[in-house]
Ligand binder design. Structure first.
Ligand code: MCA
Ligand code: AMP
Length: 496
């Protein structure tokens, strides 16, 4: 694995900084080889066994991820913020044979272990396991990772990438965004999605840079780290920039000055995962002096389009295809559209994923003549792309997370008071879109948003839970009896 080979070269440089301390590349190699030995036990090679891991952001996360790769396993990251049913879904769907947990999450994982025949390992035990002289040779074409992503189906699908895919995704970004070993990124993103795993973490470690990992995003902490003067790179979703702006707005004039000045030490600030409003771009420029570099990507393809590191970054546009990435825009008949005409973005290239885990039908449907169909609509003008929206109303982007309306509806329908429901995404200045639910109650039942939310917290990740709710007598339907979702969006828009 090229990532591991390169790390050998970086030796005593600092790879990771977290709330426990500072770790060199040598220490990361040592810890991950112990994790690999522990995972292997008496085996020669994990041969693509799925290893799910529930580990907070920090050194132990990376040592586990690399350990899985070095043992020949498939890494399946699970969010530490997930409630039990979401954890169970990932463990079951991936058919994980081993689960690695940080000791803080041992209790959380116990109910999963009770009813399943799965080996449980603690990160602390794995990291201190005795080393072995030989680890397997892992070919680049082998499966490396499964990341779960919501789509137009109810349950999330497992996106499988190979080591080669990951390498291609990383190499293109390292060159396009000018990563070097002098970089120091502040990492605040969740580590069960590509943005956090590939763009921020793996690009840093591929380059010999330092990755400073916060356990979760906090506006106060981020501003304080900017003011340390050590950070050179930052990557976030638009909601995070909105939260940083709100924090800056609430500061005193002297603090504002210091905060703004600290941004001049950063060489690059990137935004992605959701549309960056032009107003946020402009506001951030006036606060920090940075023209955010907006890019476009997807779990299945890594990054595809990017504004330039040097040269003009156009607000509201996501730039041009990255090196090695081929893009075409097609109409509903599958024909390529002319410049200036909207079409679906389709992508080819070495970074495109291998398959949806155990779902050959979904994999086949996702490709047309070798092109991956993103479901996103864009326009090309003078070679530069603008994202216009998505084909499906059932995909919601909130706080940078993709949420399937169908998945949320399925969960809400299990509520004892709910007769029918329809979930939609409604535009929102802070979250991009908010998950909103229109609900028809069973006769004689009442339900308020707070009770619905606390019921849902046991079942869904917090960002999937509706933050607005309307109780209706009936759902708006067309002549065919199909729920008219745009009408529901209008109801939420007019009700403020
Ligand atoms: C949380 N809250 C929300 C939402 N999320 N309310 C409405 N809509 C939401 N989406 C509420 C909670 O219920 C809680 O309310 C309060 O906000 C704080 O919750 P918390 O979880 O602490 O929020 P946070 O930590 O401030 O989270 C905001 C965040 C987070 C940092 C923006 O959403 C985030 O990390 N987003 C990044 C997602 C990401 O990396 N996506 C990449 C996937 P109460 O206090 O009342 O309970 S896309 C990808 O990978 C592709 C390849 C790409 O292109 O990048
Ligand atoms: P995910 O499936 O979570 O990887 O999210 C990928 C989706 O995020 C894409 O299909 C787009 O809909 C959206 N996305 C990512 N970057 C951008 C961007 N810069 N502008 C608009 N949408 C984006």
């Amino acid at each position: 694995m090229e990532l591991i080979k390169r790390a050998g070269k970086y030796g005593e440089r600092v790879a990771i900084l977290d709330n426990q301390g500072s770790y060199t590349y040598r220490e990361l190699l040592d810890a991950s080889s112990r994790v690999a030995a522990c995972l292997l036990g008496g085996l020669e090679d994990l041969c693509e066994a799925r290893v799910a891991f529930l580990v907070p952001s920090g050194f132990q996360y990376v040592a586990t991820q690399w350990g899985i790769w070095r043992a020949g396993g498939i890494a399946v990251p699970i969010s530490v913020f997930y409630p039990l049913p979401e954890i169970e879904y990932v463990v079951d769907n991936s058919e994980a044979q081993i689960v690695v947990v940080h000791p803080d999450f041992k209790e959380r994982i116990q109910p999963v272990m009770r009813s399943r025949n799965i080996r449980l390992l603690l990160t602390t035990d794995a990291i201190s396991y005795k080393k072995r002289s030989l680890l397997p040779q892992v070919e680049p074409s082998r499966r490396a990772m499964i990341v779960y992503t919501s789509g137009t189906t109810s349950k999330p699908k497992g996106v499988v990438t190979t080591h080669k895919n990951i390498e291609a995704q990383v190499v293109t970004l390292v060159s396009a965004w000018g990563w070097t070993e002098d970089d120091h990124i502040l990492h605040v993103l969740p580590l069960h999605h590509v943005h956090g795993i590939i763009n921020a973490l793996t690009c840093a470690l591929w380059s010999g840079a330092t990755c400073e990992m916060l356990p979760r995003f906090s506006a106060a902490e981020v501003w304080s780290r900017f003011m340390s003067g050590r950070i050179t790179l930052f990557m976030a979703v638009p909601t995070i920039y909105e939260k940083l702006i709100a924090f800056w707005d609430s500061a005193s004039p002297e603090e504002k000055k210091k905060m703004s000045e600290s941004c001049s030490k950063l060489r690059l600030m990137v935004s992605g995962s959701a549309p960056l409003p032009v107003s946020t771009f402009n506001r951030w420029k006036s606060i920090s002096g940075h023209m955010l570099l907006e890019r476009y990507g997807m779990t299945e393809i890594g990054m595809a389009l990017s504004n330039p590191l040097y040269g003009k970054r156009i607000p509201g546009y996501v730039g041009r295809p990255l090196p090695g990435v081929k893009i075409r825009l097609v109409d509903d008949d599958g024909k390529e559209v002319r410049e200036g005409t909207p079409g679906e973005i389709q992508v080819r290239g070495p970074g495109v994923f291998l398959e949806y885990w155990k779902d050959p039908d979904a994999t086949q449907k996702a490709f047309k003549d070798g092109w991956f169909c993103t479901g996103d609509i864009a326009l090309e003008e003078n070679g530069v792309y603008r994202i216009l929206g998505r084909k499906s109303v059932d995909i919601i982007k909130t706080g940078g997370y993709k949420v399937s309306a169908l998945e949320v509806e399925d969960v809400l329908r299990a509520h004892p008071f709910i007769k029918e429901c329809a979930v939609v995404g409604v535009r929102d200045a802070q979250w991009g879109e908010r998950v909103c639910a229109a609900i028809v109650l069973k006769e004689g039942c009442t339900l308020d948003l707070d009770s619905l939310r606390s019921w849902a917290k046991e079942r869904l990740a917090v960002y999937k839970i509706p933050s607005r709710m309307l109780v209706l007598k009936e759902l708006p339907r067309n002549a065919m009896g199909k729920v008219v979702k745009p009408d529901i969006v209008t109801l939420f828009t007019v009700s403020g």
